[in-house]
Design a protein around this ligand. Structure first.
Ligand SMILES: C[S@@+](CC[C@H](N)C(=O)[O-])C[C@H]1O[C@@H](n2cnc3c(N)ncnc32)[C@H](O)[C@@H]1O
Length: 309
């Protein structure tokens, strides 16, 4: 769900461009030779990432380059700019453009009870183990606009655990967090969310969790009380608490191998012994340096338990 950011006036409309993100390498650089355009981008991209890091501290240097390049092209087009160098100049001198850039470059695709089997496993296998704890700490790292966080709140409520739960929900994108905190979502997605909820083992009436308001729904207050929303960058920030459950789904797929390993170390450090880590469908701990510190609760649903420090 892409949002409008209130931080800055809209940038000039982008020129009409072709390609997957509305832009191609040749049109992007005003260079008719695609090889030359690619070569220029290869020079410009590390300079742009370095400039962003030096100026704002956001470190995209270890992200997987192919998908990052596509998103950088999209961000340049969004600003009506034709090259990474022009984008670099804009970002260096205009902090409001940086807010738009962050929102544009972050992939915020998410859904309630996304991959229902994952959430079913949390409900049936992991939640019951949390009953003996006086306080349950959970962390959704890279939570985007919060749909999965509220899914967890619903399961915890139905399992009688929400009152003693503290859910920390973090992301690097402040615009996504504003959306998440508001708990307002498009009504058109509710049919799919309801189907996911039921596949994930939900037996209540899903519409009881929200109130419709025109084209949107707002989630009930009871789901919002125990959630702390905060900016946290998995690349540059460290561990900040010890958790019984960590969800970090569909975030590390955008990172290079070395960066994935760094983030895996932070997640391992942040997890209590016996605590569980849930990853995205195409993520895994197999063949990573920390593989032997975990046992798989379910390889298929990507749930792992920390068994070694
Ligand atoms: C595809 S969404 C995943 C949302 C949710 N976890 C899910 O699986 O549905 C990826 C999120 O990761 C966030 N992200 C990317 N790099 C990050 C970083 N270095 N630190 C924290 N969050 C990051 C993005 O802003 C985006 O909201």
């Amino acid at each position: 769900m892409k949002r409008k950011i209130a931080l800055a006036p809209s940038p000039p409309a982008p020129p009409p461009l072709g390609g997957r993100n509305g832009i191609t390498p040749s049109s992007h650089t005003h260079n008719n030779n695609p090889n030359e355009a690619e070569r220029l981008e290869a020079i410009e991209m590390p300079l742009l990432l370095e400039a962003i890091y030096q100026r704002y501290g956001y470190d995209f240097r270890g992200y997987a380059p192919a998908s990052l390049k596509r998103r950088l092209r999209h961000a340049a087009a969004n600003e009506g700019l034709a090259s990474f160098s022009a984008l670099q100049d804009r970002l260096l001198h205009d902090p409001e453009a940086m807010a738009r850039f962050l929102d544009c470059v972050s992939v915020d695709v998410t859904a309630m009870f996304r991959d229902p089997g994952f959430h079913r496993l949390f409900r049936e296998r992991i939640a019951p183990e949390l009953r003996g704890l006086p306080i349950v700490r959970l962390w959704h790292a890279g939570c985007s606009t919060g749909e999965e966080v509220y899914s967890t709140a619903i399961v915890l409520r139905e399992e009688g655990l929400l009152d003693r739960a503290r859910i920390y929900a973090t992301d690097l994108n402040p615009a996504a967090l504003i959306c998440a905190r508001e708990a307002i979502f498009p009504i058109r997605n509710m049919q799919a969310h309801t189907a996911n909820y039921q596949k994930a083992g939900g037996a209540a009436t899903f519409s009881d969790y929200y109130t419709a308001r025109g084209d949107s729904i707002i989630l009930r207050d009871c789901l919002r009380h125990n959630i702390v929303w905060a900016e946290h960058n998995l690349v540059t920030d460290s561990s900040f608490n010890e958790f019984n459950v960590i969800f970090c789904r569909n975030v590390m797929i955008y990172f290079s191998r070395a960066l994935q390993e760094r983030v895996q170390r932070i997640l391992h450090e942040s997890l209590a012994m016996g605590g569980c880590l849930g990853l995205g469908r195409s993520e895994s701990l197999q063949f990573t340096p920390l593989e032997d510190r975990y046992e798989a609760v379910s390889r298929e649903e990507k749930w792992y338990r920390k068994v070694r420090p």
